[in-house]
Design a protein around this ligand. Structure first.
Ligand code: NAI
Length: 288
């Protein structure tokens, strides 16, 4: 008996890195896997079928069912194509993990349109393009489902040289929080993940010294959380954001502090009062 017996899981960008680990871990738990991957380079250029095909072979080698899809997540047709592949092969989708991603890092003043648009397209638009047909399929099927969208600490906390990527990743988080609210009445549960792992995407980023990090930040360490979220073990949860990497799982939250409400003068602060309250140890900052 596997935790995901009978479930069909779509994983975008599953031809390598973290996505491949999800595919293998979930196949071991009995899921049928749709392995989507465009098969391009780290910056999104190029393409091919080899990456997805290899992972499908690995999934089948574990005794599970798998099918490859090579669509580009960044187009509406690509998203519809992924659902079509899933329905043709397995007749349903129970979980989608939007994981495909690229990087085109530069400090903001050097971020050209060629560095901005593809990153927003693959991450933010791609998450929309893939999720919409699958969400509607889950809604119409009446049996609900799970949507797991990949954000990043770069978007949720900020990171140097990643304004394009951070914008897309924060957008994905906002999108998913709204979708979690809409999905509730259809039993569609939505989660946000901020992973951290050593992959081709991170191997030369500051702070990721490849050799020292190899075991500590292995991508397979993220899979148990995702398997839990995709399974009925998490059936009472939705809308959460999790950091996961290096063996650590932590819930991330956007926090609004109680703040200070001015009751006099119709609630109108003067800028000088705001400045006073903002001083270290001032009444506003001490609430934060
Ligand atoms: P990766 O580069 O190994 O995997 C990404 C996969 O997405 C690749 O196999 C690539 O071919 C595929 N892909 C790219 N564009 C695509 C498109 N348009 N359509 C279909 N497939 C496409 O990178 P990694 O590290 O496994 O990243 C997975 C996800 O996790 C990404 O969304 C990334 O932004 C995110 N992430 C990773 C972190 C890390 O520490 N590795 C940190 C924060 C977020």
């Amino acid at each position: 008996m596997g935790l995901l017996d009978g479930k069909v899981v779509v994983i975008t960008g599953a031809g390598g890195g973290i996505g491949r680990e999800y595919a293998l871990a979930m196949a071991k738990e009995g899921a049928a896997i749709v392995v989507n991957d465009l098969g391009g380079a780290r910056d999104g250029t190029g393409g091919g079928s080899a990456m997805a095909d290899l992972v499908v072979d690995e999934v089948k080698g574990l005794g599970a069912e798998g099918v490859a899809n090579y669509d580009n997540v960044a187009s509406v047709e690509g998203g519809e194509g992924i659902l079509k592949t899933a329905l043709q092969a397995f007749g349903r989708v129970d979980c989608v993990i939007n994981n495909a991603g690229i990087l085109r890092d530069k400090s903001f003043s050097n971020t050209t349109e060629e560095l901005w648009d593809p990153v927003i397209a693959v991450h933010l638009k791609g998450t929309y393009c893939v999720t919409r047909p699958i969400f509607n399929h889950m809604k119409e099927s009446g049996s609900g489902g799970v949507v797991i969208n990949t954000s990043s600490t770069s978007g949720l906390n900020g990171n140097f040289g990643q304004c394009n990527y951070g914008a897309a990743k924060a957008g994905i988080a906002g999108f998913t929080r709204c979708l979690a609210i809409e999905g509730k009445k259809y039993g569609i549960r939505c989660f946000i993940l901020a992973p951290a792992a050593l992959t081709r995407l991170t191997e030369d980023l500051p702070g990721f010294n490849a050799e020292a990090m190899k075991e500590k930040m292995a991508p397979e360490l993220i899979s148990p959380l995702l398997t839990f979220l995709a399974s009925d073990l998490s059936k009472d949860m939705t809308g959460n954001t999790f950091f996961c990497g290096g063996g650590r799982i932590a819930e991330m939250k956007v926090v609004t502090t109680p703040g200070i409400t001015k009751h006099e003068e119709g609630g109108m602060w003067t800028p000088e009062e705001v400045a006073e309250a903002m001083k270290p140890g001032g009444i506003l900052m001490s609430e934060n």
